[in-house]
Design a protein around this ligand. Structure first.
Ligand code: FE2
Length: 307
């Protein structure tokens, strides 16, 4: 995989060329996967763990996109499209709207295990793809793509980008067993997988669509606020209405800083959190405050729109 760059077509698709991965690249996947597996067993939502299992994504190496796509397609009609890296917004949204997930192929180097600026195959496949096996989440992602195309035309991509950030990348979900992770940016980050659930510092508040769209976010550190959904149906239902009137309403209101609570917030109060002394000590993990891995292409959105 370290050979000459491939030409890509107008839709930025390339071939994964799975046989070309080296033993070292598969070994790095194994390292990352085994570390996250230990951390996520009691922290990731069950839908994610079920998807991982059903897809056969495991420690044995970087998966073949064709094999994963056939399983995904049979379950929810999604397929994976290999892309060389970040793709333009309109291309990205068009893929989602057609139930295609653009995934990078390269894997980070061994000296980049804890921080990488761009998403790699571990973030995209291990973080994003398992939830596409869930029918409701799969529909939400398609609807997001359709909404993205519309937001582009309306000039409100900044607001819609925040929805992606605080759900698809950094979302938490309330379950019978307690708070769990479903956001891919967290699921592919060892440090934030622990921090988001067990550190007392960040805000954890109930999902509210307008609130999310008004909230700025940080790309250079762990999140200061996480939004908690009850289930994926709530997420899908909340985002079903036409956003155009909402965009106008939100545009007239001030943005909310990432660490700020407002009066209407409903805080999620779990029965208890481990104290700071415990945070990051489980599984022998020392918290690393590097930003989460695989910041999605929405960083570009942020830069373009002066988030
Ligand atoms: Fe991502």
């Amino acid at each position: 995989m370290t050979g000459a760059p491939q030409d890509f077509t107008s839709d930025f698709s390339i071939e994964q060329n799975w046989p070309d991965y080296t033993g070292e690249e598969h070994a790095i996947w194994r390292l990352l996967f085994e570390r996250q597996q230990r951390l996520l067993v009691d922290r990731a939502c069950q839908e994610f763990l079920d998807g991982l299992d059903a897809l056969g994504v495991a420690a044995d190496g970087i998966p073949d996109f064709h094999r994963l796509s056939d399983l995904l397609d049979a379950a929810t009609g999604w397929r994976i499209v290999a892309v060389p890296g970040l793709v333009p917004d309109d291309v990205f949204f068009a893929y989602l709207a057609r139930r295609r997930f653009p995934s990078t192929c390269f894997i980070r180097r061994r000296d980049q295990l804890d921080y990488l600026q761009e998403p790699d195959v571990f973030h995209d496949i291990c973080g994003h793809v398992p939830l596409l096996m869930n029918p409701v989440f799969a529909d939400y992602m398609q609807a997001y793509g359709e909404g993205g195309l519309k937001a582009l035309g309306l000039g409100h991509l900044q607001h819609l980008a925040r929805l992606y950030w605080y759900t698809v990348e950094f979302g938490l979900i309330a379950t019978q067993q307690g708070l769990r992770i479903y956001g891919s940016g967290i699921l592919s980050s060892a440090g934030e997988s622990v921090y988001c659930l067990e550190d007392p510092r960040p805000n954890r508040i109930r999902f509210d669509l307008r609130r999310v769209m008004r909230t700025r976010y940080r790309i250079d550190d762990f999140q200061q606020t996480y939004f908690v959904i009850d289930d994926f149906q709530q997420l899908f239902d909340a985002t079903r209405p036409d956003f155009e009137p909402m965009y106008r309403e939100i545009a007239a209101q001030p943005d909310i800083e990432p660490d700020v609570l407002i009066q209407s917030d409903r805080k999620f109060e779990p029965s208890c959190f481990p104290g700071p002394a415990d945070c990051g000590q489980k599984n022998g993990l020392q918290l690393d405050r590097s930003p989460s891995l695989g910041r999605k292409r929405l960083e570009d959105v942020r830069q373009h729109h002066n988030q």
